[in-house]
Design a protein around this ligand. Sequence first.
Ligand code: TXA
Ligand code: MG
Length: 348
Amino acid sequence: MQIIRVTDEFEALKPAAQLIRQGGLVAFPTETVYGLGANALQGDAVANIFKAKGRPSDNPLIVHISDLNQLEEIVSHVSEQAKLLMERFWPGPLTLIMPKNENIPDEVTAGLSTVGVRFPKHPAAQALISMAGVPIAAPSANTSGKPSPTTAQHVIDDLFGKIDAIIDGGNAEVGLESTIVDVSGEIPVLLRPGGITYEQLCETLGEVALGQSVTEQLSSNITAIAPGMKYPHYSPNAQVVVVKGENEAIIRYINQQIKNQHSLGKKVGAMVYNQVLPAILHADVLLSLGDIHHRSSAAANLFSYLRTFDEQGAEIVYAQDCGESGIGLAISNRLNKAAGYEIVEVNS
Ligand code: TXA
Ligand code: MG
């Protein structure tokens, strides 16, 4: 397995592009998270992605392009809404679900009649796709169920020896997977919140419906929701509890829980915003989500922190809620899933 470091010269990516063309698996950086890529037009190469990740074969992949001209070999129709979103947000952290063209093998779409397409902004991702000369199908480059990788080291930790090459492009900028919008029907539907916010989508399109996994999260009755999602997501070994409420109440609750858990002999982690952090006492692992008013740092660090808690042996982790506006919707979506929807509301 090769590990290729990205420099300003993309010459170094040539062997990786060659591997893609030959049907190999290459992990590569994008602005959202690292992807595990294969030639999207080659069904057996794509099937190997599922093996390497241990991914259920009925979970479709996103196809990555580096040029709008590639669209016509992937999709059969581009709606007006899709065009508006592409103009404003591509290249970038946005995936569009569109009706697929027959060139796309069933392995990519899990037999669906639609396909997810994304034009990433990361220069190394663009260079790899261009040099390979084919669209690249890629899920996040983690073992299925684990938090998505935001560094090459995370990919090495999960997939070393199972894939052909890893391109190391440093830390992923956004840190959460792309926003997914289904633009194959009449009304666009937000399927997964991400770096492009719901507010930005509505500004561009007017009405945007919320998909089931988003409305579950917004339900006021969250604690009643069984973790009945089909697959576990973003699961660290530690139990994660999301704590929601006023800062003062959060501080009191987490400090009390740390005491309780310590009396049971448990190692406790906490991740909270800077406005709360100095008041959290005696946590065994304490990580900052940054400034509560600038949550891009919370987004960029979330997946990495979930892995850090495991490395440090935390058995239970208290995480401050990230709200639902702007990027908060995407952060909360991942965090709530990591917690299996164990969310505690505390009040002063
Ligand atoms: O930021 C990202 O999107 C990253 C980077 C590598 O591009 N990729 C990523 O892929 O997060 P993955 O496989 O981890 O998540 C893809 C999601 C899955 O939830 C899948 O169910 C959904 O996209 N998806 C793919 N094709 C779909 C389709 N035709 N209809 C509905 N959902 C689809
Ligand atoms: Mg994934």
